[in-house]
Design a protein around this ligand. Sequence first.
Ligand code: ADP
Length: 777
Amino acid sequence: MTVLPIYNILVLPNTDVYLRTDIFEDAVGHVPQKGESVVLVVLRKDVPAQSVTENSFYPIGVTGFVSEVHAEGWLAVRTADRLNIDKAIVSPNGHVEIITSVREDSDTLSSHEDAQKTAGVKSALLDFSKGTQWEPVSRAWVSQFSTLNSIASACSMWMDASNEERYAILAEDSAQKRAEMLEKLLYETLEIGKLSQEGSSARQEDYQRMVRESAIRKQMEYLQKELDEMHPESVSDIRRLELKIRESGMNETARQEADKLLNRLKQEGTNGSETGMLYNYLDFLTSLSWKKEAAQEIDLNEAERILEEDHFGLTKVKNRIIQQIAVMNLKKEQSGSILLFIGAPGTGKTSIGQSIARALKRKYVRVSLGGVRDEADIRGHRRTYIGAMPGRIMDAIQKSGVSNPVMVLDEVDKLSSSYNGDPASALLEVLDPEQNSTFTDHYMNVPYDLSDVFFICTANTADTIPEPLLNRMEVIQFQGYTPIEKEQIAVRHLLPKAMEAVGITKKQLRVSKNAIRLIISDYTREGGVRGLKKRMDSLCRTAAVSIARGNIETISVTPKNLREYLDMHPMRHRLVKENVSPGIVTGLAWTAGGGEILYIETLLSKGSGQVLITGQLGDVMKESARLAISLVKHHFPEKSSLFSENDLHIHVPDGATPKDGPSAGITLTTAIASLITSSPVDPQIAMTGEISLRGDVLAIGGLPEKLMAAQRAGVKRVLIPAENKDDLQDVPNETRESLEIIPVMNLLEVLSMCGILGVERASDRVEHTDTWKEQKL
Ligand code: ADP
């Protein structure tokens, strides 16, 4: 007799129990023989045959014999009675022997009851398979069962019952109860089956619908594409927009907004009141680049070469840009600190932005902010306005066609606020790295990522830029060019470009060095090279006419014939005055155009102590004048009656240029001192410096520009505040060398440098004046 331990199989008396052949072989160690007597015992746990012990079995089993062995790998055991396992012995080789006794049922199940229950379950089984493709098969299968036990045994493998639950049925002594348990288990199994069938068929339906839908869509798209290709002229605008929205790669919010407006456009049709607005909006949104470009590694040497190629000089600026590129390379970022280029017009601020774009291999866009007063200019108008438009920033992004252009924001110092909001604060949002990744233009109404844009701002002065905006940026000064630098720029860049623009070759036009120098000195008056560029352009245009007429083959421009080619008068240069008279002093001013020299003229006339100030002076300069008068009265007490007996007139010529700022302090004081002491100051001494009431000379701004202006005007000596000594390193060598620069700390030093102090003694006065005259010669 073979003892066959089994696990999780429903074992019942008087029926067929189906098993896999390999389970049989594993458990008993031999191939099943038809007719072989077996006792089926139930394992408490699923343990391998080798680990079975005496306690591994439940105490009730079933006797039977192998009734069928099939080549497909399964066998049937025809069971008979239930057994009590009185004792089990497991030998070391795993062989199990048992001593058993028959276990009687406590009651019987009548064949009638059994037949009734069986019929119920059979019909439930048939219902279950109704309408499915396996209905005929299951009919045949179900018909072979004649007892509840046989159905339960056959369905064992699908039953959702644990090993304990299955054993509990076998262990039940009441045959009637056993039948009820089986019935319940079978119905439960069927219910679960139904649910999962419903679930799976519902899921299947969903899936099928999805597959079908996508197949239909694909087919439609394909057919539409074919049609579009056949008739490109009739591809509808809506369809075009639809395709563009799909392909644009826009973010989720933008996509939702675009889909919403597209639906509205579809409903509006071609003649709706909103059609134009909707169309323009979608067209704008889809023409933006929504792709994030990967950060590129920039070859620093190559970038340096490009910057060098496009611009002469500007070494400091170029170095700073290379530093920025290096940092961007290391951090694998597309933008770094926001650069603010400050300098006079024509110093190359905008055009170097273009070179930076070229060096970075990125697109370049320029946004001019001059005169922008309305916040909507930056951030766009809301769509509800008629004629609403995107702001200049998004407009530029669209023009660039990429999401990471180099964007030059020109003239940020010319922004002004109005009742329509403050454009500077809108710009702040654009430039703030914390906020600009979700910049929302009012017109677009969806966020756009500006964090990869390389922003460069330009301005003539930092004075009018709001502080919060200025804080966001890193200032780089463009000092303006010296005459020698200008000459180089003209020869290397401006002239060749101008010639190329009008189509004349090197052979056809020669411009002598002296002619270029003359253009710089007599035909331009600027810190940058914009005027110089214009002169080069007009020179080439005039030359082009002569060449085109065929009159001349080669034109040679020299100082002699220069005026003819430029067709303009030389500029009246503000050069230092020749005549020397008391009360006039040369000052230096910073202007948006670079630097300029100015004269402060003073005059006493019979009167009653009034002070008259003319020449477009700002409030600060008027205050400086009052300060100057007090200081002079203090230092020359013996002359103070002059102020009460006369009227003092202070004038700064060139009324067209508004002047303000405290840096004329020492000039004003010196002029008044010179006037009342009747001691002329050499006009070739220029000065700049703020003054305090104690007579200390305080630091000023724009020193390099002022010194270059002094050089241009032919000044020999310049008095500067000692506090500004460090700024001298920003002044070109050429300028420094051509001037005698004297740092001063207080008014007394200034006055003695100018020969005013000690002039009470007539001999002193003569001596001083003579010295200066000699120097001038
Ligand atoms: P800004 O923006 O400072 O007003 P731009 O960049 O418009 O000045 O420059 C004006 C012109 O002068 C441009 O044509 C530019 O190419 C030229 N330019 C300025 N600086 C240089 C330079 N260092 N080398 C060559 N060309 C220059």
